[in-house]
Design a protein around this ligand. Structure first.
Ligand SMILES: *Cc1c(COP(=O)(O)O)cnc(C)c1O
Length: 505
């Protein structure tokens, strides 16, 4: 018997297919991505301030006017359009007068990693979607855990950011606290669980508590001292107080680098208190993790090696592009609280077959190979170079603090161990309400002018301004210039407001 022979016409590639990256389109891939890189390079070379100052009501109509159902069919035209709706008015973190949030300029080896990882497009959930990517991620987790000093049973996984890492760590802590409880006991215990943290901790702790089904008052906030650090005595006291009230503390969250103040909680003493009480210690080092590679400041993290879990944000102090973050744990067995075996993806037998499926440890399923950015950074620059960059910004922030502290136009808060400066313009005449408004006004005017971007925050009911220095290119002169601008805007505001309220000459 002979099989019928199919003589179908050869498949003609359609126009749509020409957009897929494959062996037939590599030249277009090279040209297209190079054109994009060239646009960004030209823009970066031209940027004269961190921001254009564009307002949402000016930009929104430009974005709205674009008909997404009518493609341009041309890369150059699409890039021209992108200039108008994005590149021209983006906020540029590489500019030395971007001093606002925890956004860093990015290192070029990591951008290389970003280009490679998105083109190959590995997904880190299973070995059969990533192969070597899984091994590289595991090496970087081991490397980070060793830098922290978590011990031989440590493990972890890359995440989308500190928020997810904190959620993940607290999920594990919750499950450890509930381990062995019957379903009925779980229901009874869940609303009683408490998390002890400081007033300066990141708000994602509160969000995590909510997502984890804890009570609305589950997060017990310990007031910090004037140094804005968590007091170990207060932590011990709260653990004991909760216990007496029948409220088990499932975790203490200490912060290594508070978002506002850049302060580091006394980790060793807090770890001691947690060990004595048998409470899970999570250290949120989203910001302070850069110290892990610092040639001069690693000691500031002493005690972190005693944590049960740690959050690190490479996209903050390792100069990595967003996203790049990880959660690390002392005992790899605890990661199994996030394990779910799906027959189609990561069947339980894969564990016995020693197939490394990272989804067994992750809250995500499909997941970017963000680890590649850090890998290429370490392979090209090495950890010391990253640490030197972080040291530089800490030094610059210390200089900025001295500059502000010596300036009678301003008052400054706690000196940061890392790279933030929290301060406010101080009026000579008018009252405190006016000072709050004047500081807010100065911040808005600064952003609108595009000359600098600074952050704002409220401390003890008062409006403050904040520098977060994460750019080694920021100079003392940049800081001095921005301070002059702030004083000018705030002073003018206060004078105008005073003239309006007291028109008597
Ligand atoms: C930034 C930050 C977070 C949140 O991290 P994301 O990467 O923005 O999700 C958590 N904790 C601290 C201390 C932070 O500074």
């Amino acid at each position: 018997m002979t099989l019928p022979v199919h003589t179908a016409a050869p498949i003609q590639p359609t126009a749509a297919r020409a957009h897929l990256l494959n062996d037939g389109t590599v030249d277009d891939y090279r040209r297209t991505v190079a054109a994009g890189v060239d646009r960004v390079a030209r823009r970066v070379a031209r940027v004269t301030g961190p921001f254009s100052g564009v307002r949402p009501d000016r930009l929104a109509p430009r974005v709205e006017a674009i008909d997404l159902d009518r493609p341009l069919h041309d890369t150059t035209a699409a890039l021209d359009e992108l200039e108008e709706v994005y590149l021209r008015d983006a906020v540029y973190f590489h500019h030395p007068r971007y001093l606002a949030h925890l956004n860093c300029p990015v290192v070029i080896p990591a951008l290389l990693g970003e280009a490679v990882l998105s083109a190959v497009n590995s997904s880190m959930d299973t070995w059969d979607q990533s192969a070597g990517g899984t091994l590289i991620e595991r090496r970087l987790i081991d490397w980070t855990a060793r830098r922290i000093g978590l011990g031989p049973a440590a493990d972890g996984v890359f995440t989308s950011g500190g928020t997810q890492s904190n959620l993940h760590a607290l999920l594990l802590a919750r499950e450890e606290a509930l381990a062995g409880a019957s379903p009925a006991d779980r229901r009874l215990l869940l609303p009683r669980l408490r998390i002890v943290t400081s007033a300066a901790a990141h708000f994602s702790v509160q969000k995590a508590a909510k997502l984890l089904g804890l009570a609305p008052d589950a997060v017990v906030v310990v007031q910090t001292g004037p140094d804005r650090r968590m007091r170990p005595g207060a932590v011990r006291h709260e653990i004991a107080r909760c216990r007496r009230a029948g409220l088990p503390v499932m975790a203490v969250v200490a912060t290594a680098g508070t978002t506002d103040f850049g302060t580091i909680d006394p980790l060793a003493e807090i770890a001691q208190g947690c060990a004595t009480a048998g409470v899970w210690l999570h250290v949120d080092a989203a910001y302070g993790c850069g110290l892990l590679v610092s040639p001069t400041r690693r000691h500031l993290l002493d005690g972190i090696e005693r944590a049960d879990s740690v959050t690190v944000d490479y996209h903050k102090s390792f100069f990595q592009p967003v996203s790049s973050s990880a959660v690390l744990v002392r005992d790899r067995r605890t990661l199994s609280h996030a394990t779910w075996h799906a027959d189609y993806l990561n069947p339980a037998r894969a564990v016995a077959d020693r197939i490394p499926n990272q989804v067994d440890k992750s809250l995500q399923t499909t997941r970017r190979f963000d680890a590649l950015k850090l890998w290429l950074t370490l392979r090209v620059m090495g950890p010391d170079a990253v640490g030197e960059l972080f040291d530089e910004v800490c030094d610059r922030a210390a200089q900025a603090w001295e500059l502000v502290a010596a300036d009678p136009r301003f008052e400054v808060l706690t000196r940061s161990a890392l790279s933030t400066v929290v301060f406010r313009w101080r009026p000579t005449g008018p009252g405190p309400e006016l000072a709050d408004a004047a500081n807010l006004h100065a911040r808005a005017e600064l952003a609108a002018s595009g000359l600098a971007v600074v952050a704002g925050t409220r401390v003890d009911g008062r409006q403050y301004l904040k520098f977060t220095v994460l750019n080694p290119a920021t100079t003392r002169a940049d800081i001095a210039y921005v301070l002059d601008l702030i004083a000018e805007h705030a002073g003018r505001y206060a004078r105008t407001a005073a003239d309006l309220t007291c028109p008597v000459g």
